[in-house]
Write a protein that binds this ligand. Structure first.
Ligand SMILES: [Zn+2]
Length: 433
């Protein structure tokens, strides 16, 4: 089932009932299967408790670091394996951007759950059986490779191209092989910049939609509108999280944020990013997403702190889906504080994007020192096209940041050739030695 209409349009009560049944079975088995969770639940005095999903907040959070420690404790799959090693049928590696690389092990049923959630998410994002999808996600070693399983389930045409392979992407798009492009917003933006002047006919390519993922950006109006205008497409976002499900959210044709698509398999919570107290999932709420996988056999996760800060856009939709809609504001790791105010680099991208075509749309914050606080002027690097100096630009961007975000920035313009790889993700906050 691709669009699981019954699950995805269920009432809140029905969605809860389905999740609760899965959770009861999962919780009952956890202490016996996972030494990691046996210890964690024991410490919380909940090793033998029968806690309903509504009482989930009584259980401790699980951090990325703890999951990593569980692996180090008992390599290669860790003290949270949950099944006999021979039942592990798929292993992904993590990029290790926040530490050393790690692994993610899945049983057959786990892989199937990821495929089910992923196909719902990409179906919501507009990829259907009749679509021809050019994907710039690598087939491995990272979890983004699981996207190909979801595409296979949907039954669309798939045209795989390596991450950042601009020439093959352009060839395929010009040739009309694909009507849908899947990639990071950094790459889509790069492609739009590249063809904007050189190939005005790009707007007439058969390409009809771009589905972005892997980083925030597709939901930033200044980024989205540019890609849509230059390529003549509709942009929709998808998002997931490696430890939980690599494609868990998909934005429908209404373009009003990404729907949660993990009904019955993943239970989401929203918490205050500072106090970690529960926050109700309702329109306008802002918080960090926390996930419990309800059926995971290998490497279960309970109240996993995902690190994504989101704003809830609504809990109903013209498309009929009842999964809440959200936009990602940014990664918790990317946040910094200027004079007591939290700032996400996505807000800077939004300001910088307003300066096209004098800028390419990419920017990053240089973080000096170990803490999250940055003393103004905040060092910001802004990517600009190769040709021609634009003496006034840095000052104009600084003034705009000051007006919109109310802090002082020190802007340095960096030509495309020096800014670094544009083909995949753009690191938004860069620690300085
Ligand atoms: Zn919708």
């Amino acid at each position: 089932m691709i669009w699981d209409r019954e699950a995805e349009t269920a009432s809140a009560e029905a969605a809860f009932a389905g999740a609760e049944a899965a959770w009861e079975a999962q919780l009952a088995g956890l202490p016996g299967r996972s030494p990691f969770y046996a210890r964690k639940l024991g410490q919380a005095g909940a090793a033998h408790a029968r806690l309903s999903l509504r009482e989930l907040t009584r259980l401790p959070f699980t951090s990325k670091q703890e999951l990593k420690q569980a692996i180090d404790e008992e390599p290669p799959f860790g003290s949270n394996l949950g099944v006999a090693p021979e039942r592990v049928k798929r292993v992904y590696q993590t990029s290790g951007t926040t530490g050393s690389p790690s692994v993610l092990a899945l049983t057959e049923a786990d892989a199937e759950a990821w495929t089910a959630i992923g196909s719902r998410s990409y179906f919501a994002a507009g990829i259907h059986r009749e679509s021809s999808v050019l994907s710039t996600y690598g087939a491995g070693p990272f979890v983004a490779g699981h996207t190909y399983q979801a595409f296979g389930r949907i039954g669309c045409r798939v045209v795989p191209v390596g991450p950042g392979d601009t020439e093959r992407t352009l060839f395929a798009l010009r040739a009309g092989i694909a009507d849908t492009l899947v990639g990071t917003p950094s790459f889509a933006q790069y492609l739009a910049n590249r063809v904007e002047q050189a190939e005005p006919s790009a707007v007439d390519w058969p390409l009809a939609q771009v589905v972005t993922g892997g980083e925030p950006g597709g939901g930033i109006p200044e980024v989205r509108d540019h890609i849509q205008r230059v390529l003549g497409v509709r942009v929709n976002e998808a998002m997931g999280i490696g430890d939980v499900a690599p494609s868990l959210f998909g934005e429908c044709e209404q373009q009003q944020g990404m729907h949660f698509c993990g009904q019955g398999l993943v239970w989401p919570e929203l918490v205050d990013p500072d106090s970690r107290e529960p926050v109700a999932i309702e329109s306008g709420a802002v918080g960090e997403l926390v996930y419990t996988h309800l059926t995971r056999e290998a490497m279960p996760v309970v109240r996993f702190l995902g690190g994504d800060l989101v704003r809830i856009e609504g809990t109903s939709c013209g498309c009929g889906r009842t999964g809440f809609r959200m936009r990602c504001i940014g990664r918790r790791d990317d946040m910094f504080i200027v004079r007591g105010v939290n700032v996400y680099p996505t807000a800077i991208l939004s300001v910088v994007g307003g300066f096209r075509p004098r800028v390419t749309g990419r920017a990053r914050v240089l973080k000096v020192g170990p803490g999250v606080s940055i003393e103004p002027p905040v060092p910001v690097e802004v990517e600009v096209p190769e040709s021609g100096a634009d003496a006034a630009l840095a000052g104009e961007i600084e003034a705009a940041i000051r007006t919109v975000l109310t802090f002082r920035a020190g802007v340095r313009l960096v030509p495309e050739s020096q800014f670094g790889e544009a083909g995949y993700k753009t690191r938004l906050t860069v620690p300085q030695p």
